[in-house]
Design a protein around this ligand. Structure first.
Ligand code: ADE
Length: 262
């Protein structure tokens, strides 16, 4: 997979991309990740990427030309439509589709992703309308620019590429695959300042451990992110376990009405 990031702050990426999983993915040749300075595509002595807004008003607006030229060079074609048809061109903006694991999986299936990082104050609307294929937000809050969102998306996508993580089985069990949160993890010692690891995990009984873990995933999702349960893939056994959890939790909380929790 080839990923290109276009930004006025290329050095912001140096540290993040040269450590840990991103470094390994690059070194193994599993991804071709390139960061470009948007100012390389300016034509003036001051390398200006912004200008005053038409119609007046506060602040500066990022110009369309440098983004346009950057995409043509990075996309290796002089036909923008051609590039748009074979790549995802993502513009980070709080007004975009909010990133979730489903969208990350969609991006991970692409051959080419081009990310455009603008400063939040404003990007010429023609970049949104004619250059980007996707507008993405990383949450309902405002950042100063698209650089941190580009790091977030890159990390989330790269770890799904086969061979990057090593243990692919860990992907299958983690949060959001299947739409459930993870079960709790423990390591040695079995007791630490009086806090004990649940007995079932010390029992060596694999079927019981698997059942306990599934129940804990369902319980965590029910209590912390009940919204996820609506879309989760649940077996009949899961539904039975959920009923057990609800009854148990309600009893503990002293609820009278068994339908109350959901
Ligand atoms: N730019 C500024 N805020 C943002 C956000 N929340 N997501 C993506 N890009 C942004």
């Amino acid at each position: 997979m080839r990923l290109d990031i276009i930004t006025i702050f290329p050095r912001m990426f140096d540290c993040v991309f040269s450590e840990s999983m991103m470094r390994i993915a690059r070194e193994k040749g599993l991804i071709d990740l390139r960061v470009h300075d948007l100012r390389s595509w300016t034509g003036d002595k001051h390398r200006k990427v912004d200008d005053i807004p038409y119609g007046g008003g506060y602040g500066m607006v990022m110009k369309p030309e440098p983004f346009y030229k950057a995409v043509l060079v990075v996309g290796e074609s002089d036909n923008l439509d051609d590039i748009r048809s074979r790549s995802r061109i993502i513009l980070f903006t709080p007004r975009g589709r909010v990133l979730n694991q489903g969208l990350v999986e969609e991006f991970a299936r692409e051959d080419r992703i081009i990310m455009l990082c603008g400063r939040y104050e404003g990007i010429d609307e023609r970049v949104h309308e004619h250059i980007a294929t996707d507008e993405v937000s990383i949450g309902d809050f405002v950042l100063s620019g698209g650089e941190v969102p580009a790091m977030v998306l890159t990390e989330a996508v790269i770890r799904l590429i086969p061979g990057v993580l090593g243990g692919e089985e860990s992907l299958a069990e983690e949060s959001f695959t299947e739409g459930l949160l993870e079960y709790p993890h423990y390591t040695r010692p079995a007791e630490f300042v009086g806090w004990r690891v649940p007995d079932v995990l010390l029992s060596g009984h694999h079927a019981e451990i698997a059942k306990w873990r599934r129940k804990k995933r369902l319980e965590a999702t029910l209590l912390k992110r009940p919204d996820l349960l609506e879309k989760a893939k649940l077996s009949n056994q899961d539904k039975k376990l959920l009923e057990e959890i609800k009854t148990g939790v309600e009893k503990e909380a002293g609820f009278q009405d068994p339908g109350k929790l959901i």
